[in-house]
Design a binder for this molecule. Structure first.
Ligand code: PLP
Length: 429
């Protein structure tokens, strides 16, 4: 082998995995264990002091879970990663080392509905807050930054409308104001976009979606680029000052590009406990092996179905950014050159009533709250995922009452179109 960097599909199969040292097992074993025997008291002390890296207790690290963390870090081009119990856990774990009471983040108005609720309501219990801004209005984003702002947050391809964020422009502002940019790359996956190449500091994933790919697990990942200088501004004392919760260790700069990752394991997972289980990690490792193959088919099917829907008189609008009619079409070539993902919304003639009938009449599409499955999925966000929002916020989030959200699977596109055709007939007459 040469030193040439390995390709995406090779990393998707090999990164983080090596034959098991004890048995030679080729596939990553499911290390279904809580604890690991120390060689002696000195070994145990060295592990607890971070003088030696090794396994202590599975709330912190587990070999199956670590294989997944390494694999996702490799696919995203990051320095390190940690796995969590869900995508929402990953978001809290990404913010935890950066935040404190009275601090805020600035997030895009176009986000997964659950994230809007987490950021607008739940994080207040920690004394954190969030300002929501239209990320196409760069002046408004810049103006929203204040002395207490600690991060900027957006999604590469925003749920539910398939809006493509101009990551380069947002990273430019984050850089200008000296703040980390956190990008939720769930709906794009590292196959379509590596946010770190566009200037992201941290990348978060719901592994529940495309990474696993078949709707079997709940999981999350936080990838650190290793590029942010946590000590420069004095704004991130958990990382740059002696950490009282970890023997007074200043993680940055002592641990260099691994400062965030080690802090997230040694303090975050240790004390918040939002750990991924090894069985879940196994399913996600299996899923990632075919990520490239699946995403190519997801995107191809999305194009076929979106073009068919757009040309249909029963449909008012389709938001897939791969369509020329999309206001974000120009960003596709730069941000997600292999395709605009497989998630979009469809405005159906007849509004709310027709949306509900469409959902109820589909046979192949499943009516579920999930996305990023091999199966095609549909939901009416205004009555479900975005139900917590008032109508104005629903519209801002791309989840107006007259739209359904579709997650296109990898079935035969002709069958998906036939199913939509019969259900649209039932919904719009
Ligand atoms: C599903 C999802 C989440 C939350 O992930 P869970 O695994 O359900 O906790 C966050 N962001 C996006 C874009 C998602 O699709």
């Amino acid at each position: 082998m040469t030193d040439k960097p390995l390709g995406f599909d090779t990393l998707a199969i090999h990164a983080g995995a090596k034959p098991d040292p004890a048995t030679g097992a080729r596939q990553v074993p499911i290390y279904q264990t809580t604890a690991y025997v120390f060689k002696d008291a000195d070994h145990a002390a060295r592990l607890f002091n971070l003088q030696e890296v090794g396994y202590i207790y599975s709330r912190l690290t587990n070999p199956t879970v670590m294989a997944l963390a390494e694999r996702v870090a490799a696919l995203e081009g990051g320095a390190g990663a940690i796995c969590c119990s869900s995508g929402h856990a990953a978001q809290i774990m990404a913010l935890f080392p950066l935040m404190g009471p009275g601090r805020n983040i600035i997030a895009s108005t176009r986000l997964y509905g659950g994230t809007i609720t987490q950021f607008s309501q739940t994080i207040k219990r920690f004394g954190w807050s969030c300002k929501f801004v239209d990320f196409d209005d760069l002046a408004a984003l810049r103006a929203a930054v204040d002395d207490d702002t600690r991060a900027i947050f957006c999604e590469t391809i925003a749920n539910p409308g398939g809006y493509v964020t101009d990551l380069d422009a947002i990273a430019g502002i984050a850089n200008e104001v000296g703040l980390p940019l956190i990008v939720d790359n769930t709906t794009a996956t590292p196959w379509l976009c590596n946010p770190i190449k566009h200037g992201a500091t941290l990348v978060v994933h719901s592994a529940t979606k495309y990474l696993t790919g078949n709707g079997t697990v709940t999981g999350g990942v936080v990838v650190d680029s290793g590029k942010f200088d946590w000590s420069a501004s004095g704004k991130f004392p958990s990382l740059s000052e002696p950490e009282p919760a970890y023997h007074g260790l200043a993680f940055h700069p002592a641990l260099g590009p691994m400062a965030f990752t080690f802090h997230s394991i040694a303090v975050g997972l240790r004390d918040l406990g939002m750990t991924m289980n090894p069985q879940g990690a196994h399913y996600t490792l299996m899923g990632i092996e075919t990520l490239g193959l699946r995403m190519a088919r997801h995107v191809e099917n999305a194009r076929t179905v979106a073009e068919w829907l757009e040309a249909d008189p029963r449909v008012e609008a389709v938001t897939w950014a791969g369509l020329k009619s999309s206001p974000w079409h120009d960003r596709v070539a730069r941000i997600v050159p292999k395709g605009a993902g497989a998630l979009f919304t469809v405005a159906v003639k007849g509004g709310y009533e027709s949306c509900v009938k469409l959902v109820d009449n589909l046979k192949l599409f499943s009516h579920v709250a999930n996305l990023g499955d091999t199966r095609s999925l549909i939901i009416h966000p205004a009555s479900t995922t975005h139900r917590q929002l008032d109508e104005a916020a629903q519209v801002r989030a791309g989840a107006a009452p007259n739209v359904v959200r579709i997650s296109i699977g990898i079935e035969d596109a002709a069958d998906l179109i036939a199913d939509l055709d019969q259900a649209l007939n039932a919904a719009t007459v």
